[in-house]
Design a protein around this ligand. Structure first.
Ligand code: SF4
Length: 103
């Protein structure tokens, strides 16, 4: 619950410039810390937000920073090390089958 509150309160801050990747519609961020009432899944199992166009910044920007990404095992976003010339990933998610973002 604290993480969700922190995410809400910091959601007006910018997204880390070292974030890479794209949403793969796994829907896991919409289940932190409890399932969002606006979360749905289509026939192929991809998540859909029924208030997508008016979703709050805390959802729109997830994961805003690396430490916020609590489900990096499934999330299509990851963060690179800014000090590394090769931009090596700090946290990398498994590759996804789609890049269409709807959550
Ligand atoms: S932002 Fe990440 S965790 Fe949330 S649905 Fe997209 S890929 Fe999954």
């Amino acid at each position: 619950m604290f993480d969700k509150l922190k995410r809400f309160l910091t959601s007006m801050l910018p997204v880390d410039a070292n974030r890479r990747g794209a949403c793969n519609r796994c829907g896991e961020c919409c289940k932190l810390d409890y399932p969002c009432p606006f979360l749905r899944f289509d026939d192929s199992g991809l998540s859909q937000c029924i208030v997508y166009s008016v979703r709050p910044p805390s959802c729109r920007k997830y994961p805003r920073i690396a430490s916020e990404n609590r489900n990096h095992q499934t999330c299509g976003f990851f963060f690179v090390d800014p000090e590394s010339a090769k931009n090596s990933p700090i946290r990398r998610a498994p590759s996804s089958s789609t890049s269409k973002s709807r959550v």
